[in-house]
Design a protein around this ligand. Structure first.
Ligand code: AMP
Ligand code: ZN
Length: 460
């Protein structure tokens, strides 16, 4: 069964076939490491991690090359470093580490490579020189600019004409630009700003140039999949295409362009000015990373996703139930199984994670109802294989319950301990104690479900 993916450029869902099955290539525009990343920043990282897992499953883990870059040259980084009076590497090292730690907490696999902008300055200078030589770029007031008029395909990805694009995005209008849509390939640095020597003077690259040069250096001329958030379609991806196609004789940069929808705060956008930005670093104080991941996967990646307290609680409850089943099956040896066909089909259908989660629910129901050992082994095997694809259930059930008892309810008594004590009282036929503990749990609005090997609980 081929994987069908919605391609932004052709505006249709198409069957994905890599150019070379031995080396499937994928690139995701990664974080700009100047501060903590928010939960919206992690939506592409999580969803394209699922795609990475699916591609590895299909083509073999050694045959998928996934690059997610680190943008470690940027004016926001310069500002953060200047404010602290430190070198930019102090800021970028710190936040690269934090980004990696947060990613691991969200169950995101390390990509095959994480190229950095600072590690590819000669490649960028070389690409800019070729653009100048081809007549696609010009120098003005210390800058090198890309001349959008020189590239016939400009605007094809976003499907908008130049006027619409300029109206819809903040593009810097500067007197030295021949066309207001021309974008910066290289800009001059002052004495105090970070800069690199180049044939165009001491300066630094523009953001768009970083990705084009890193893709060329690490993955080649045409990659299979290029991904990012929808806000990157214009100008960032449009500009990446313009640069790369102009230095590669009009050969396409990517065969598939994938873009995730935006995460918002229900009625509101998430923005600093509204003061409602949710940093993953902070969310992890209250919620397990797996809950955040589960919540991110609950909507289809191209649809908007409302990030609410209710979504988080619901995700936690469902995961708690799933882990309850896995705890009951702790002593059952998982059979060597694949994920169920329905779940695989859902993911093959443009990464339909909500449908995959529905299939997962059915699978857990089957596992709960199984009485036969062989069935329990089979369903447990299918659950773990599904978890591998979705990036779930990597932890031991006991560790889930331990962390869950400690998360988001610091003021509450240890519910796990109460539930366990009640279960033990019941087993010892100490009904008075069991009833007293149940009353206590009722007061805390905890619903307890008794199973043969223990009880699981959820909030009502
Ligand atoms: P940045 O570090 O700002 O370049 O963002 C990293 C990635 O996060 C980009 O692919 C953005 O498109 C994506 N992104 C930023 N904000 C959101 C959001 N609220 N919802 C979904 N994706 C987002
Ligand atoms: Zn990029």
């Amino acid at each position: 069964m081929p994987i069908a993916l919605y391609d932004t450029r052709t505006r249709q869902k198409r069957d994905f076939r890599p150019a070379n099955e031995q080396e499937v290539t994928m690139y995701l525009c990664g974080p700009t490491v100047y501060s903590y990343a928010h939960i919206g920043n992690f939506r592409p990282a999580v969803i394209f991690d699922v795609l990475f897992r699916l591609l590895r499953d299909k083509y073999g883990s050694d045959h998928v090359v996934y690059a997610r870059n680190i943008t470690d040259i940027d004016d926001k980084i310069n500002a953060a470093a200047a404010a602290k009076g430190v070198d930019i590497s102090v800021i970028t090292d710190e936040f690269t580490k934090i980004y990696r730690d947060d990613s691991a907490a969200l169950g995101i696999l390390p990509p095959s490579m994480e190229p950095t902008a600072t590690g590819h300055i000669p490649e960028m200078i070389d690409m800019i020189s070729r653009l100048l030589a081809n007549g696609n770029a010009y120098q003005a007031e210390g800058h090198v600019l890309f001349a959008v008029d020189s590239f016939e395909g400009y605007g094809k990805l976003s499907g908008r004409n130049l006027e619409d694009m300029l109206a819809g995005a903040r593009v810097e209008v500067a007197s030295y630009k021949r066309n207001p849509a021309d974008f910066v390939l290289w800009k001059p640095s002052s004495e105090t700003q970070p800069g690199w020597d180049s044939p165009f003077g001491r300066g630094r690259p523009g953001w768009h140039t970083e990705c084009s040069a890193m893709i060329e250096a690490k993955l080649g001329t045409t990659i299979d999949i290029h991904a990012g958030g929808q806000d990157l379609i214009f100008p960032h991806h449009e500009n990446e295409i313009a640069q790369s196609m102009c230095v590669h004789d009009n050969v396409p940069l990517a065969r598939f362009w994938l873009h995730n929808g935006f995460l918002d705060m229900g009625e509101e956008k998430m923005s600093k000015s509204l003061g409602n930005v949710k940093l993953v670093h902070d969310l992890l104080n209250d919620w397990q990373g797996e809950v955040l991941r589960f919540a991110l996967l609950s909507a289809h990646y191209r649809a908007p996703l409302s990030w609410t307290e209710e979504l988080l609680s619901r995700s936690r409850t469902v995961l708690g139930r799933f882990y309850g089943t896995l705890r009951r099956l702790a002593d059952v040896e998982a059979a060597d199984e694949s994920a169920p066909a329905g779940l695989i089909a859902a993911l093959h259908d443009d990464l339909n994670t909500p449908q995959a989660m529905a299939k997962l629910s059915t699978l857990f129901k089957q596992a709960n109802q199984a009485t036969d050992l062989a069935d329990k082994q089979k369903f447990k095997g299918q659950i773990l294989a599904s978890g591998k694809l979705l990036g779930l259930f990597a932890q031991d059930p006991e560790s889930w319950f331990q962390d869950d008892a400690g998360s988001n309810n610091e003021d509450e008594p240890d519910i796990d301990a109460l539930v366990k004590a009640r279960f033990e009282a019941r087993q010892a036929k100490d009904w008075a104690k069991a009833d007293q503990l149940r009353d206590q749990l009722n007061e805390l609005k905890i619903i307890v479900e008794d199973g043969p090997d223990g009880s699981i609980w959820r909030r009502s």
